[in-house]
Unconditional design. Structure first.
Ligand SMILES: [Cu+2]
Length: 170
């Protein structure tokens, strides 16, 4: 009788442990999935009116310490929103810039404080237009690799987007 009860309690102990392990495994999987989601797509983030697509950084020669980042910002809300700041650990200075054509036909780039994404509209950051300037790069950017850029918007929201380094010709 005694032996039977010992075996029975052992079995209970073993099965409890097995269940605990299974639960743990499930939790770990769930945590990994949720922590990976933002890295895969900036648009997966909740509570934001801005969706970001095609984030990219212009590949530059190692000696060049300045480059530009480009992307498309889509505003899903019915109010215009501004991009008010950008930051990245790969550059000592990150600025919002606009390139415009001067009256004399010369392209000129200047720092701007904000860029507006119209209500229910998009703003394309692209060469020869709006862009994010990464100044004093503090590391060599590897082609094909993605680097995080933090964006702050006028509604107080922020998003981190992973921009891939690639050849950008136009
Ligand atoms: Cu610039």
């Amino acid at each position: 009788m005694k032996l039977v009860s010992i075996v029975a309690s052992l079995l209970v102990a073993i099965s409890t442990q097995a269940m605990a392990c299974e639960d743990h495994a499930k939790n770990t999987t769930a945590q990994q999935t949720s922590s990976q989601a933002p890295a895969l797509s900036a648009t997966a983030q909740l509570n934001t009116a801005i969706q970001i697509s095609q984030p990219r950084i212009r590949a530059v020669a190692e000696a060049q310490k300045v480059t530009g980042a480009f992307m498309v910002l889509s505003n899903t809300s019915d109010k215009a929103l501004d991009l008010v700041a950008a930051a990245s650990a790969i550059a000592n200075v990150t600025e919002l810039h606009e390139t415009t054509m001067q009256a004399n036909g010369v392209m000129k780039m200047q720092k701007i404080e904000t860029m507006t994404i119209p209500a229910k509209g998009t703003l394309a950051l692209k060469p020869g237009s709006y862009h994010i300037m990464l100044i004093n790069l503090n590391q060599t950017l590897e082609k094909g690799k993605a680097y995080p850029i933090q964006l702050s918007f006028s509604d107080g929201s922020t998003q981190t987007v992973n921009a891939t380094v690639m050849d950008i010709t136009h």
